[in-house]
Ligand binder design. Structure first.
Ligand code: ADP
Ligand code: MG
Length: 215
């Protein structure tokens, strides 16, 4: 099937389900990363949250993208303990109004909504890129997405580039000393470990790229 060039409910639903599947598959890896610099629950947290998100999609299919993002954010806030629940929850809650109530999102609208989500994570968690958090994957992904769309790339190509940037941002967290979250309690000892939240955030961007590349 051909790449899609707008994000309607079918594509956005697929994005969330693909993310849930990646999290399920990588649960033990995410937890192992968190065991090294946190409290060994990131895989379990994200798996619990995304399982609940998929259950909610099945039980109450949203009417439009804004409703899908709002429901997802609320479910994550409700079902995930720890820092990542409110942060991922805020991300999706902030995406909802940025859709402007559209039934299908143009690539630029999706990029704008993602940026609103990331700004919500910043407002809530007070982290900046370089603090060894999920933002180290999300921020470069959004910059790559905007740049690719501005250069006239297709949605699929732009999200592939965003996914590569997220993976690079994730990898670049390894040498960093954590300045936010539980890992920051370790100070210098947090260096030489990949950040768990940046790792799950790279899965989120990778799932978006996979969702537009067709089923
Ligand atoms: P907790 O740290 O409460 O156990 P998780 O283990 O689920 O929660 O999530 C940890 C991840 O959350 C970290 O790897 C980091 O990427 C992210 N994180 C923690 N604090 C912040 C923050 N203030 N801003 C952005 N991301 C953060
Ligand atoms: Mg943890």
């Amino acid at each position: 099937m051909a790449d899609v060039d707008v994000l309607d409910l079918t594509v956005l639903d697929r994005w969330l389900r693909l993310f849930a599947a990646s999290v399920a598959e990588q649960k033990d890896t995410l937890t192992a990363l968190d065991a090294a610099i946190g409290d060994a629950d990131h895989g379990a947290n994200m798996h619990r949250g995304m399982t609940a998100v998929v259950e909610a999609l099945d039980a109450t299919p949203p009417a439009d993208p804004a409703a899908l993002f709002k429901q997802t954010g609320m479910v994550l806030v409700r079902s995930v303990g720890g820092a990542s629940g409110p942060l991922y929850g805020t991300f999706f809650l902030r995406m909802a109004p940025a859709t402007g109530g559209a039934g299908a999102l143009e690539p630029e609208t999706f990029a704008k909504a993602l940026r609103a989500g990331v700004e919500g994570v910043v407002a809530r968690g007070k982290a900046e890129p370089g603090d060894k958090t999920m933002l180290d994957a999300l921020a470069p992904a959004l910059d790559a997405l905007d740049a690719a769309l501005a250069a006239g790339e297709s949605l699929a190509a732009a999200l592939r580039q965003a996914s590569t940037a997220a993976d690079e941002g994730r990898d670049a967290t390894t040498p960093l000393v954590a300045r936010k979250g539980r890992a920051s309690y370790l100070g210098e000892r947090s260096a030489d470990h990949q950040d768990p939240g940046a790792t799950s955030a790279a899965l989120l961007v990778g799932a978006a790229a996979a969702a537009v590349a067709g089923p």
